[in-house]
Design a protein around this ligand. Structure first.
Ligand SMILES: [Zn+2]
Length: 92
């Protein structure tokens, strides 16, 4: 699998470390169901078949975090962008 790093160009996946689902967000600590939401945030993840957004770290390259849209069935790579930036074509 080859990943087009927005900073380095096309690189092999072995240069990266994947850190899972890029769509989950830390729950606010003051919400009424905070303990349950915190457990869900830390321990529970979906395992989708199909397109998915994931955090990747270019450990043997620019050492930056990026978001990769990847098909978990075919390993096709879609859009890739710098973490912290909105997805291309999407508002924050
Ligand atoms: Zn890079």
């Amino acid at each position: 699998m080859r990943i087009p790093c927005p900073f380095c160009g096309l690189r092999g996946h072995e240069e990266f470390v994947v850190d899972g689902d890029a769509t989950v967000t830390r729950p606010a600590p003051g919400r009424p169901d905070a303990p349950t939401a915190a457990v869900r945030f830390v321990y529970l993840r979906d395992n989708p078949a199909g397109w998915h957004r994931e955090w990747w770290f270019h450990a043997f390259g620019c050492e930056r975090w990026i978001v990769v849209e990847r098909d978990t069935v075919t390993h096709a790579v879609g859009r890739v962008w710098s973490a912290g930036d909105p997805a291309p074509g999407e508002d924050r």
